[in-house]
Write a protein that binds this ligand. Structure first.
Ligand code: GDP
Length: 297
């Protein structure tokens, strides 16, 4: 999807560049194609419209239409605007993990990559920052999910809270906090239960856990391939639970730049990390410059 957007933009601006001087009508025609490309990459309609309007205001000025390389100037304006929206207030800060043990609450729908991302971030903090990390699964509905976190923990050398059958999510969160303090851990990851769809039971549970856990960060994990749905999920979770950032998974391969753009524009929440595969090292800090570059090609 990154490719199709960049190819389309490349094609449009190639043609413009070859024409030499550009009229305002040329710019508007080109931007219409950019708009279609954004929509095809799953950028939501209002976001695409707004984006194009701002680019149009900047691109129809005399400096652009009279320039020798108008196509390139338009590309630069599109690029700069992409960065502006994607980066928001600035680069994504490192995770807030001062005052140990710092709790990081992981939330999201089932299958979004929450458990995998929890383990990836735990490994990263252990390897890169030398932190002692404890992970706990709160997914009382799915014993398999609890075991999955335990298996990943063993694989990456990060402790997991022992599984005690019959406990509620809130009880597990309490035990994790206690164990985190007693065990001298720097960071506690709470991997909450996901559901296939957002429902009240899920939100109530996450809210109760949040109240007990007092997290420093609440990271929403969303599947970057789900486009507009990802944005709706983020809006819901932010409204009900309050999130401090987003992790977009499955940005490897077919990842859509569109989800990142809409996510940032609609929710105003920073995208902190991107998941780039199934392996435990396949996670990177979100970089607006890089994503904009990939969108444009
Ligand atoms: P959860 O239900 O939200 O906890 O989802 P899981 O962590 O179990 O992930 C579901 C599937 O998605 C697993 O097969 C993961 O390996 C896979 N997965 C997670 N993150 C990524 C990613 O960034 N890229 C790819 N390609 N697969 C991912």
């Amino acid at each position: 999807m990154f490719e199709s957007l960049s190819e389309r933009l490349g094609g449009v601006f190639d043609r413009l560049t070859k024409q030499g001087a550009l009229t305002e009508a040329d710019v508007i025609t080109a931007l219409r194609e950019v708009r279609v490309a954004l929509l095809e990459a799953d950028v939501s309609l209002p976001v695409a419209r707004d984006f194009i309007k701002r680019v149009q205001d900047k691109a129809t000025g005399a400096a652009v239409t009279k320039s020798i390389t108008p196509g390139q100037m338009v590309v630069k304006i599109v690029h700069d605007e992409l960065i502006r929206v994607l980066a928001g207030d600035g680069p994504a800060d490192a995770l807030k993990i001062d005052n140990p043990p710092a709790t990081i609450l992981m939330v999201g729908l089932q299958g979004s990559g929450k458990t995998t991302t929890t383990a990836k971030l735990a490994k990263r903090l252990k390897d890169k920052n030398g932190k002692r990390v404890l992970m706990a699964s709160l997914d009382t509905n799915r014993p398999a999910a609890m075991e999955q976190l335990q298996i990943l923990g063993t694989q990456i050398g990060v402790d997991t809270l022992p599984i005690v059958k019959g406990e509620s999510a809130v009880q597990i969160a309490r035990r994790a906090k206690t164990q985190g303090s007693l065990g001298g851990y720097d960071v506690i990851f709470l991997d909450t239960a996901g559901r296939l769809h957002i429902d009240e039971v899920l939100m109530d549970e996450v809210q109760s856990v949040r109240d007990i856990a007092a997290p420093r960060e609440t990271l929403l994990v969303v599947d970057g391939l789900t486009g507009q749905d990802a944005v709706n999920v983020a809006t819901e979770f932010d409204g009900k639970v309050g999130i401090s950032g987003v992790v977009l998974t499955r940005m490897d391969g077919d990842g859509r730049g569109g989800a990142a753009l809409s996510m940032r524009a609609v929710t105003g929440k920073p995208i902190r990390f991107v998941g780039l595969g199934e392996k435990m090292d396949a996670i990177e800090v979100f970089e607006a410059e890089r994503v904009a570059g990939r969108i444009l090609g």
